[in-house]
Structure formats: structure tokens, C-alpha cells
Ligand binder design. Structure first.
Ligand code: NAP
Length: 269
């Protein structure tokens, strides 16, 4: 019988996870299928117990369930620190993981950019920022966080310990000491054409990673090109966070190129 996997959340209609994972299952000739289910927070515990009882292989969680899930799963230490779950595995109880930070780390490493001992400036202090900040700190980066609401950046930095939090005005003081700049805010999403950093504020040794992948070349990344810095798009973070979940569930090496192609086609890139 087919093994069932799913993403739960609300809204869920536009999730790319079903086509991405189904393309991976198909490529590896695995008898598995992946669906999307609309689930509200107050039904999450029942949904998790139900999925486990019905023998589901695993789940992804998205907005607004990632934080709520912590109460209902056995969270791995990184996910517990991040405070959000995006992957659930049912092999041994109900285990919760967060693969967003690993997805970002692999994306940057793929570009040949080292993380250990590098100065990283993360713009934003929301869910994705938390995943990246804890993962990069664990990987030996010096983590700086700048957020529109400075208190959130400072709070996150304090939770990490060896990190610093600022308001966005830190960008005006110069990025000379920064090796990797990461935008995790929603600025640049869709048709907004906004950016929190301009070409004049960048230097040519800077790696500029925008986790916003729609559009692929955000205004921030266009500014990076102008500054002769290194632009890195958010598409592979999406693929790698899914690929890590795939690996946790199946123990198989995920076909990341096929997953990437499927997502790019769906986004019409
Ligand atoms: P979130 O928890 O809602 O956090 C949003 C962040 O954006 C907050 O730090 C917020 O600052 C900041 N922000 C919002 N509007 C702003 C503005 N006008 N100016 C400056 N800062 C602003 O969201 P999230 O879950 O972290 O996701 C953030 C983005 O990353 C989304 O676009 C999402 O699609 C993308 N993402 C991509 C991937 C991927 O795989 N590539 C994975 C996860 C997320 P305040 O604290 O001041 O409100």
C-alpha cells in the first residue's frame, strides 16, 4: 500500500511541497504519495495522532502550525531551540525537526561560501531568521541580527548567547566587517521591489543571500549584482529544507536536481 506523506497548514492551496516531494518519490520509483491538508491550530493534536494512527510516513508543517506543534511532538534539540517544527517523523513516536536552517546552510555551502568563523548579518527576527540564526551559530558563524523591531533581534541574540541584536539602522553604519548578508524579511516579496540594503552599502566580497524566492532575483540581489557582490537566490533553501525532510523520513538520498526543476517549473522561473 502507498505510504502517505503530507503538508499541514492554512492557507495550504499554494504549497509547492506536494509537487516537489511527489516528483522525488516518482524519480526514485517509491510507492509513496504526498498531499496537502488544511488544518487549524486547534485541530493539530488530533491531526498528528490521526496521521500516526493511519500509518503516515511523515509530515511537513507550515503557517500557522510550526510553533504550536512543539507542544505535541518530541522535538529534536535544534528545533526546540528554534521554537518551531516544520518536519514530523512517525517512525519512533512523533518526532519533530526544523530543516529550514539546514536548507539555508546547504544553499550557502553549495556556493562555496564558508560559514565557520564568518560574520553573518541576518535581516529579520521572525521564524526563518530564528532557524537560520541558531543553525549558523551552531556551525560556528558570528551571528548578528538586525530587525525592524529591534527588541526581537536582541531577544533572539540573547537566546543564542554569543550573538548581537540591532535595529535596521546598523546597516547604515557599514557592512565592511560582514561576510554574509541574509534577508529573511518579507521585504522584496512579490511585486514590492523593496530592499533593505543598497549596492552602495555592499562590498564586492559580500555574499548576499535572499531567502525570498518569488521573484527569484529580488531587488536586494539586483543590488548585490550592481555592487559586484555574490547574489544567492532562495530557491535552493526551499529545495534543501524539503530534501532534508525527505532524508529524515525515508533514509534515501533526495534527488535535489529533480526537486529543484519541479519547483522552478511551478514558479514559472
Ligand atoms: P515572519 O516570522 O512573519 O517574519 C517576518 C520578518 O520580516 C520579521 O522580522 C519582520 O519584522 C520583518 N518585516 C516584515 N515587513 C517588514 C518591513 N516592511 N520592513 C522591515 N522588516 C519587515 O516570516 P518568516 O516565516 O520568517 O518568513 C519570512 C520570509 O521568508 C517570507 O517571505 C517567506 O516566504 C520566506 N521564506 C523562505 C524560505 C525558503 O525556503 N526560501 C523558507 C522560509 C521562509 P518585525 O519583527 O519588525 O515585524
Amino acid at each position: 500500500m502507498k505510504k502517505v506523506f503530507a503538508v499541514l497548514g492554512n492557507p495550504i492551496e499554494h504549497s509547492l511541497s506536494p509537487i516537489m516531494h511527489n516528483s522525488a518519490f516518482e524519480a526514485l520509483d517509491m510507492d509513496c504519495t504526498y498531499h496537502a491538508f488544511r488544518v487549524e491550530k486547534n485541530n493539530l493534536e488530533d491531526a498528528l495522532q490521526g496521521a500516526k494512527a493511519m500509518g503516515f510516513g511523515g509530515l511537513n508543517l507550515t503557517v500557522p502550525l510550526k510553533e504550536t506543534a512543539l507542544s505535541f511532538v518530541d522535538a529534536d534539540p535544534l528545533a526546540a531551540k528554534i521554537g518551531a517544527i516544520n518536519t514530523i517523523d512517525f517512525k519512533d513516536g512523533i518526532k519533530g525537526y526544523n530543516t529550514d536552517g539546514i536548507g539555508a546552510k546547504r544553499t550557502i555551502e553549495d556556493e562555496g561560501v564558508e560559514i565557520k568563523d564568518k560574520n553573518v548579518l541576518i535581516l529579520g527576527a521572525g521564524g526563518a531568521a530564528r532557524a537560520i540564526a541558531f543553525t549558523f551559530a551552531e556551525a560556528g558563524a558570528m551571528v548578528n541580527i538586525a530587525n525592524r523591531t529591534p527588541e526581537r533581534a536582541m531577544q533572539l541574540a540573547a537566546e543564542i548567547g554569543d550573538a548581537r541584536g540591532y535595529g535596521l539602522d546598523i546597516v547604515d553604519k557599514g557592512l565592511d566587517e560582514i561576510d554574509i548578508l541574509i534577508n529573511t524579511t518579507t521585504v522584496g516579496l512579490g511585486n514590492s521591489n523593496g530592499t533593505l540594503v543598497s549596492a552602495e552599502q555592499m562590498h564586492s566580497d559580500l555574499a548576499v543571500f535572499d531567502i525570498v524566492y518569488n521573484p527569484l532575483m529580488t531587488k536586494l540581489l539586483q543590488e548585490a549584482e550592481t555592487a559586484d557582490a555574490r547574489p544567492i537566490t532562495g530557491i535552493m533553501m526551499l529545495v534543501y529544507q524539503g530534501a532534508e525532510a525527505f532524508r529524515i523520513w525515508t533514509g534515501r538520498e533526495p534527488p535535489t536536481e529533480i526537486m529543484k526543476r519541479t519547483v522552478m517549473e511551478a514558479l514559472d522561473i
